[in-house]
Each structure stands twice: as structure tokens, then as C-alpha cells.
Design a protein around this ligand. Structure first.
Ligand SMILES: NC(=O)c1ccc[n+]([C@@H]2O[C@H](COP(=O)([O-])OP(=O)(O)OC[C@H]3O[C@@H](n4cnc5c(N)ncnc54)[C@H](OP(=O)(O)O)[C@@H]3O)[C@@H](O)[C@H]2O)c1
Length: 319
């Protein structure tokens, strides 16, 4: 099968097309004929050797795919030809991918496989962190840093659907208007305005910037406020005033989905299917595809993500 291979860490140019055997299935796995794969910031960081173990030995990137079930293995749920999208430990930039059958979700008829490939990573991450971990409830306020990222647009839509007032930041006026069209009550261009000065206090913050933002976030949170980190694009070290935490009883948390065990991901996928997937079927929760690239052009897709010029998801298509 055709794959996009990375054998050593480096720039986008280390991605190249190669042939590998179709994966053989372990118990509980299904084989997916991949039509599209989502590109994630974590792929870019793995390729560059900045995420978890060094990219050396990470052969096939790709944490999410959509396609058709080629071989259901021992599954009693999936059958050959079913349209499914899946969260993967890796291996999505390929013609075929083996997935835990419990980490797959059905693709509704009204959703294209390209769009479906952009759903698992963001929907599972946002559900797990905003609604399970921070327990954000109807009527509360949520600040989403990077509101037009793949994660940001999913968080905005889920907040809207669950009656949560969402605020966001983005790096241009155009991106801010986009975030507002997708559910932000107000989006602040962090390059021209100080979000701490112009936004109201909030109950929860979804952050992947860290660094200097943390002190601002602690000041902005309401009593019993929560902050959840998904990454530290602005720096993984912050100086904090613990008096702020004690005085307002703040909860500071964070998580990484990729290293969680298969049973955790299975339980999360099941809850998402029950609680969130009806919104996908009804067209009320969507992945915004900024651009698609052929698998052969995965390096270009990584360059675009590194440039930060995108809004929403970048997708690879596999013919
Ligand atoms: N922990 C987990 O389980 C988990 C799972 C999935 C994703 N993530 C993380 O979540 C983040 C988003 O993922 P993604 O795939 O959706 O990536 P992405 O589309 O590349 O998003 C990155 C976002 O960061 C924003 N940003 C950069 N500097 C900023 C700043 N100083 N202030 C505010 N926003 C800033 C960018 O916005 P502008 O272009 O507007 O600057 C962009 O929207 C990534 O850091 C990723 O690693 C973590």
C-alpha cells in the first residue's frame, strides 16, 4: 500500500511516499480503506521531533482517518463497506489503516469522508476536556484561545449547542469574524488588543498557549473557575500567583489524548457517539475544511499548518 513515510525528524521535506504492506489486524481491530486523513498540529510536532518520542521510528503519521471498512476483523458491529471515521494511535497517512473497532464512529450519509476525517481528534479532545474534565455547563462562559484552529471551531460549536457563552482569540480580524460566525460571542485579535482588557471574566478557559497567558488567565477566571491546557505553544513554563488560586478556588488541569489507553479512548468514543454524534448527523457540528492535499503532497499540508494561515482543518486525500 502507498504511505507517506517519515523515518527521521526534520522539516516537511522528510515526508515522502513509500510502499509498505497492508497492516495485519490484531484482535479488536478493523481495517479501514482510507479515503481521507486529518492533519493535526501533533503530526507536525512529531515529524519535527518535538512531541513524545523522537520522530525517528515514527513511520506513518496520522491520528484520524475516514474511509470504508475493508476488513471488520472480529467485530460484531462493523461490516465491510461501512463508512467510518476513527481515532488512531498513528498510521493515518496511508491507503489502509488498522483501528481499534471501539475507536471508530459511523459517518452519516450527509457528511463527506473528507469532512469526517477532520472530526475524531477535535471532537474527542473537546468533549473530554471541556465537558468531562472542566464540567462546563449551560449558562457558563468559556474562553477558547486560538478560536479558528480545528480544536477551536469544534469547541465553539459545542459550546453554542450546549448553551455555553463562548469567547475566543485569533491572530487576525478575518479569523475573528470567522470565529464569531461559528459561535463566539466575541473574538479578540490578540495581535492588536489585550484580551484580558476587553473580555469579561469567564468560568473556564481552554488553552494551548500557556507561557505568559497563564497569569492573565488566572486573573480573568471567576470564582471556582477552571483552566485546561492542551499544549504550550507559547511556552510550557508559567509563573503563577497561588493566592489567586486559593482566593477563587481555581482548578488547573490539562490532558493529552494520544497517550491515553485504548479502554479510555473506547469509553470516550462511546460517550461522544451518544452525546455528540446526533449533532453531526443533523449538520449542527461540522469540520471546516480549509484545504485538502493529496497524500503525495503531505509536506505542503505541513507547511501550511506551520504557516498558521489556515482556519479549521487541513485534510489529506488518498486515491
Ligand atoms: N492535548 C491534547 O490531547 C490535544 C489534542 C488535540 C490538539 N491539541 C493541541 O491543540 C492545539 C490546536 O490543535 P489544532 O490541530 O487545531 O492546531 P492548529 O489548527 O494549528 O491551531 C493552532 C492555533 O493556535 C493559535 N495560536 C498560536 N499562537 C497563539 C497566541 N499567542 N494566542 C492565541 N492563539 C494562538 C493559532 O491561531 P492564530 O493563527 O489565530 O494565531 C491556531 O489557531 C495544538 O496546540 C495541538 O497540539 C492537544
Amino acid at each position: 500500500m502507498k504511505i507517506s513515510l517519515v523515518t527521521t525528524s526534520g522539516g516537511p521535506e522528510v515526508l515522502r511516499i513509500a510502499e509498505r504492506p497492508v497492516p495485519s489486524l490484531k484482535p479488536g481491530q478493523v481495517l479501514i480503506r482510507v479515503h481521507a486523513a486529518g492533519v493535526n498540529r501533533a503530526d507536525v510536532m512529531m515529524r519535527a521531533g518535538q512531541y513524545g518520542p523522537s520522530a525517528t521510528g515514527v513511520e506513518i503519521l496520522g491520528l484520524e482517518v475516514a474511509g470504508t471498512i475493508e476488513d471488520p476483523g472480529d467485530s460484531t458491529r462493523w461490516k465491510k463497506g461501512d463508512r467510518a471515521c476513527a481515532l488512531l494511535p498513528r498510521g493515518g497517512y496511508a491507503e489502509y489503516a488498522a483501528a481499534d473497532g471501539r475507536h471508530c464512529l459511523p459517518v452519516p450519509e450527509n457528511v463527506s469522508l473528507e469532512e469526517a476525517a477532520g472530526l475524531p481528534e477535535t471532537v474527542l479532545t473537546v468533549w473530554s476536556n471541556v465537558f468531562q474534565r472542566m464540567h462546563v455547563r449551560r449558562g457558563e462562559t468559556l474562553l477558547i484561545q486560538g478560536g479558528t484552529s480545528g480544536i477551536g471551531l469544534t469547541a465553539l460549536q459545542l459550546a453554542r449547542e450546549r448553551g455555553v457563552r463562548a469567547f475566543a482569540t485569533a491572530g487576525s480580524d478575518e479569523k475573528c469574524r470567522f470565529a464569531e460566525a461559528w459561535g463566539a460571542e466575541r473574538c479578540v485579535n490578540y495581535k492588536t488588543e489585550d484580551f484580558e482588557e476587553v473580555l469579561p471574566p469567564v468560568d473556564a478557559i481552554l488553552d494551548y498557549i500557556g507561557g505568559d497567558y497563564t497569569a492573565k488567565h488566572l486573573r480573568m477566571l471567576n470564582p471556582d473557575g477552571r483552566i485546561c491546557w492542551l499544549a504550550g505553544l507559547g511556552g510550557i513554563k508559567s509563573t503563577i500567583n497561588i493566592m489567586e488560586i486559593m482566593r477563587k478556588r481555581l482548578v488547573l488541569t490539562g490532558s493529552m489524548l494520544s497517550p491515553r489507553d485504548d479502554d479510555f479512548k473506547a469509553a470516550l468514543t462511546a460517550e461522544v457517539e451518544e452525546q455528540v454524534w446526533p449533532l453531526v448527523s443533523q449538520g449542527r457540528l461540522r469540520a471546516h475544511i480549509y484545504r485538502t492535499f493529496r497524500l503525495e503532497d503531505a509536506a505542503e499540508a505541513h507547511r501550511l499548518m506551520e504557516s498558521g494561515g489556515h482556519i479549521g482543518k487541513i485534510i489529506l486525500t488518498i486515491k
